[in-house]
Ligand binder design. Structure first.
Ligand code: MSP
Length: 660
């Protein structure tokens, strides 16, 4: 294999809740590929990270009463700890709040604006808050969001747009000229027929109603919205557009963007179009994998409440069965390009049959027999029989077969190839009956050859397992004194490389056999108990009288308070702001002047309810533009998290009077 570069990426993850085994899938697959290519001698850059901006995070942080960063940081730390536990060997973990990413996105946005690929207009569409996406009527499924099935609502606001429509023909040509670009191949028709042929709409790429995002530098009320921010991570992580873009020059274009099937559209249409507009090279491959389903559903944060007795927390699975067991299941169980199913039973069966029985038995039996019959020293082989040669041929073909499967991004196939040899070797033990050979001193040479062949199976298959099982494969190799850190291990993957005379240590059980029936009963009882406790807590929370929340705040001096100029004001007129669902435009009389104020209380008050009411106004607040209307001041309201109510002065309070 050529010793060149390999740049592989996972999507960046939304830190919106707890992590589950489904979220581990993409990253574990990418890690296995990154490790494999490193061992094959490539210079690899493996990128993963988090997608931290947007309405959803802003809302969740607000609900939790913290800043978006305070909300995100522990969730990101938790994800990183899962990656550590699963031995994810990323080269960079990018966060879209990283300063270098922010700067690059701002540059990209400006460049696209300068080239005329981004223009300002007004967006009117059907919006799904959960997915932060606008849809056309035709894209809805049963009138609901086609991605998450939730309600959508009409929304309108001033936005910048990316001229996606301009690139439709070039994207179709990209698929035609590069059949490798989008895989599995079925995804090409899906893109062309469902999205490109019906007509690509220009893409809304900025928002004025969100504040948690990267500011558009040349138009301060706007923040960059979703895809230019998120997708650009693949190049900002390499220093694109910065003073030091050496990584970009070395690794771009990406060899592989791995994504879940629901976000292929963004990677196979929007991302190439953005790169075309920037005049940059396109990624070589985008691969859309299937989902890990639990109880028939794609695991997602919003479905986490669903009752089931399946284990879905990666930390829990790893602490019970080890990280390689989870890695192996994820890598082996989801068929090439389609969905796979997790059940506790399926998981335990897979671990028992492949790892404990096949692999564990082969290693423990062989190393034990070398210790029993040859004092723990690997004997030399003599004559090879037809049977031995069958295994030798399999050993010699294994590297090629696994490499081919990896190149086809068929990780389950790579593992199947390895385990085919492991299985064959176990059968070979039964066929050669070493325990009978061991009893007959005239058969010592034959026994030596059998032990040597088995040891070569173990060495070659464990070396090829290093990418998939980074904890147990080194343990297996260490029985033969092989250092898994040796960078040249892949150079010796043919029969006959193990030196006779090598000391062989008897292997400890690597994957202890699980009593599945007992284990399932235990999990069932534990999960049912947990579910009951959760239901009880929910019930109690509902029946308990709501306790007033104890406020936490820092004290201020009287001088600080005196800086706030509060005045009694009379609402003289009020109307809705058409572009917004939440905002009202009020005219207020302060006695000494008339003002326009914008207030986000449209959900709680109709405009006519407010006219004639006295309110308290923060009169010395810096003016701000909201939906194109300049607001000079802010009306005070109480907010208990559910309802917002006006703070009203007594009827005798004089208009324009100070509130102190
Ligand atoms: N933030 C976007 C991606 C932006 S990339 C420029 C996003 N994030 S996500 O957190 O929702 O998903 C991240 C990855 O996890 C996706 O590839 C998604 O398909 C994958 N998975 C989440 N749940 C999954 C399963 N149950 N099964 C397999 N993969 C799943 O989308």
């Amino acid at each position: 294999m050529a010793k060149d570069t390999f740049y592989i990426t996972t999507p960046i993850y939304y830190p919106s809740g707890n992590w589950h085994i489904g979220t581990c899938y993409t990253t574990v697959v990418c890690d296995a590929m990154a490790r494999f290519y490193r061992l094959a001698g490539k210079d690899v850059f493996f990128l993963t990270g988090t997608d931290e901006h947007g309405q959803k995070i802003e809302n969740k942080a607000k609900e939790a009463g913290v800043t978006p960063m305070q909300f995100i940081d522990p969730i990101v730390a938790d994800l990183k700890s899962i990656w550590q536990m699963l031995d994810i060997s990323y080269d960079r973990f990018i966060r879209t709040t990283d300063a270098d990413h922010v700067a690059t996105v701002q540059k990209i946005f400006k460049r696209l604006h300068d080239s005329g690929d981004i223009y300002k207009s007004e967006y009117e569409g059907l919006y799904c808050t959960h997915c932060e996406s606008f849809f056309t009527e035709a894209q809805l499924v049963n009138g609901k969001c086609p991605d998450c099935g939730r309600d959508v609502h009409p929304e309108k606001e001033e936005s910048y747009f990316f001229r996606l429509s301009r690139y439709a023909d070039r994207i179709i040509k990209l698929y035609e000229d590069n059949p490798e670009f989008l895989q599995p191949k079925s995804r090409v028709n899906e893109m062309v027929n469902n999205f490109i042929k019906p007509g690509l709409q220009d893409l809304c790429v900025s928002r004025t109603s969100i504040t948690w995002g990267i500011p558009v530098e040349f138009d301060k009320g706007h923040v960059v919205y979703v895809w230019i921010d998120a997708l650009s991570n693949y190049i900002s992580a390499l220093g694109y557009g910065s003073d030091d873009d050496s990584l970009y020059r070395k690794f771009w274009p990406a060899d592989l963007h791995m994504t879940g099937k629901e976000i292929i559209r963004f990677h196979a249409i929007i991302w190439p179009a953005i790169l075309m507009a920037l005049g940059e090279e396109l990624p070589k491959r985008v691969y859309g994998h299937g989902w890990l389903l639990v109880g028939g559903d794609k695991l997602s944060k919003s479905k986490e409440d669903k009752i089931n007795t399946e284990l879905t927390d990666p930390k829990e699975i790893v602490s019970r069965y080890g990280s390689d067991a989870l890695r192996y299941f994820l890598l082996r169980e989801i068929p090439f390009g389609s969905d796979g199913v997790y059940t506790n039973e399926g998981f335990l069966n897979r671990i028992n049959s492949d790892l404990s029985n096949d692999l564990g038995n082969l290693v423990s039996r062989t190393t034990a027999m070398i210790n029993q019959y040859f004092g723990g020293v690997l004997p030399a082989f003599t004559e090879l029989t037809e049977l031995d040669n069958e295994l030798v041929a399999m050993i010699n073909g294994l590297y090629g077969a696994v490499t081919k499967a990896i190149e086809e991004i068929n990780v389950p196939k790579a593992l199947t190839e390895i385990f085919k040899l492991v299985g064959r070797a176990n059968k070979y033990i039964d066929e050669t009956t070493p325990w009978i050979l061991g009893k007959d001193p005239t058969k010592k040479d034959r026994l030596a050859t059998v032990m040597y062949v088995l040891s070569e199976v173990i060495r070659c298959s464990a070396t090829l397992m290093l990418a998939f099982l980074p904890k147990s494969a080194p343990e297996i190799l260490s029985c033969y004194g092989i250092d898994a850190g040796d960078k040249n291990l892949f150079d010796g993957l043919t029969f006959g490389k193990l030196a006779a005379g090598t000391e062989v240590v008897k292997a400890k059980p690597i994957f202890p056999r699980i009593d599945i029936k007992k284990e399932l009963a235990e999990i069932d009882a534990m999960m049912t108990e947990r579910h009951k406790a959760a239901q009880k807590a929910k019930k109690e929370a509902l029946t308990d009288k709501p306790k007033a929340e104890e406020p936490t705040f820092s004290e201020i001096a009287i001088d600080d308070f005196a800086k706030v100029e509060l005045r009694v004001a009379l609402v003289t007129s009020c109307e809705k702001i058409q572009k917004s669902k939440k905002l009202l435009k009020l005219s207020v009389d302060l006695g000494y002047e008339q003002r326009t104020v914008v207030s986000g209380i449209a959900d709680y008050y109709a405009p006519e309810e407010l006219v004639g009411r006295k309110v308290v106004l923060v009169a010395n607040l810096k003016p701000a533009k909201l939906c194109g209307v300049e607001s000079r001041g802010m009306i005070l309201c109480s907010d208990d998290g559910e309802k917002v109510s006006l703070v009203a002065p007594d009827k005798d309070a004089k208009i324009g009077g100070r509130v102190r």
